[in-house]
Design a protein around this ligand. Structure first.
Ligand SMILES: Cc1ncc(COP(=O)(O)O)c(C=O)c1O
Length: 322
């Protein structure tokens, strides 16, 4: 759709993101790192893909119709994507904003600017996360509990459930097809940060089928409370578990690693200044690990990763949050 001369809506611009080879950062390694620019999606992150898919599937099933209210708990990217796409399609959107620190205020303004209602979490709920880099799956838990309660009390409220909605994962089967098309099916390593786990699992499922030798690596912030490893048991309740529990058991994911805030930030700055790639801090975490793999390799590898969101949401605070 992106090759149409005139588009009928920005919704046609979701997905089909470009891929760029890193030049300066990879100058002294034999392997190549290819980055997919998810921050060029209309609301500035990969979450436009899941927002569009989850909303359209809920529409098709008759669960929602314009005038209803879409709710979600989010550190900002899913909240802003649902706000953008939900408002364009005629829904009310309410987001429990769970981003700790100053950046929470920035995200709140972005969502309000496009007509969403934003409910801030009590500071004490997310207070102990202020100094740490955090995984979305832990910081968003209190918000998810409130979403469930809201949905139970009003039939016109629909909780998108990004942490367990199968259409989150399915939307990334398309991302994987784009990667295969852009690389002519040649990928040796795929690396991605984990929030809900939807992008890692969805892409891994397809890549492993189409090029079985690919190694798939998931990343989480090193200072997260809950450090995951492949195969671990993960509690599953209505508000917890979801996609991450599947991902931890999935044979499509080979390894889980942790990256510190400092490592992620350092590489993010290099992406800005050396490559002109204006991405956020989880993208820096991805490329930091991709470079570690490139240096360790004893042969030329093609390593693919995503630049998940735009630098514009890290102007007041830079931290590795998924
Ligand atoms: C900045 C950022 N990077 C990476 C991710 C990981 O995405 P996913 O939810 O598909 O695991 C997210 C979302 O959680 C995010 O907001």
């Amino acid at each position: 759709m992106k090759n149409k001369k005139i588009h009928d809506s920005v919704l046609e611009l979701v997905g089909n993101t470009p891929m760029v080879r890193l030049n300066k950062i990879c100058a002294d390694v034999e392997s190549e790192i290819l980055v997919k620019l998810e921050y060029l999606n209309p609301s500035g992150s990969l979450k436009d893909r899941i927002a569009l898919e989850m909303i359209e599937k809920a529409e098709q099933s008759g669960r929602i119709k314009p005038g209803d209210t879409i709710i979600e708990s989010s550190t900002g990217n899913t909240g802003f994507a649902l706000s953008t796409i939900g408002r364009l399609k005629g829904y009310n959107v309410t987001i429990y904003e769970t981003m700790p620190g100053k950046a929470g205020g920035e995200k709140e303004r972005m969502m309000k600017n496009v007509g969403a209602e934003v409910r801030l979490m009590e500071p004490e709920v997310i207070d102990d996360l202020r100094e740490r880099s955090v995984a979305g799956s832990e910081v968003e838990l209190p918000g998810r509990q409130l979403c469930l309660e809201d949905e139970k009390t009003d039939p016109h409220v629909w909780w998108a459930r990004q942490f367990s909605n199968e259409h989150n994962v399915n939307s990334h089967h398309v991302t994987a097809r784009e990667i295969l098309d852009q690389t002519d099916g040649h990928v040796d390593v795929f690396v991605q940060s984990i929030g809900t786990g939807g992008s890692l699992l969805g892409i891994a499922e397809v890549l492993k089928k189409e090029c079985p030798h690919v190694r798939v690596i998931g990343i989480q912030p090193a200072s997260s409370k809950e450090l995951w490893h492949a195969g671990m048991d993960f509690p599953v309740t209505e508000i917890k578990g979801g996609i991450v529990s599947k991902l931890l058991k999935s044979e499509a994911v080979d390894e889980l690693v942790q990256i510190t805030n400092a490592e992620a930030r350092e590489m993010t700055h290099r992406l800005w200044t050396e490559e002109g790639l204006y991405c956020g801090v989880s993208s820096g975490a991805n490329v930091h690990f991709a470079m570690r793999e490139a240096r360790r390799a004893d042969k030329k590898l093609r390593i693919v990763t995503l630049l998940n969101d735009h630098m514009d949401r890290y102007l007041t605070e830079e931290r590795y949050v998924t």
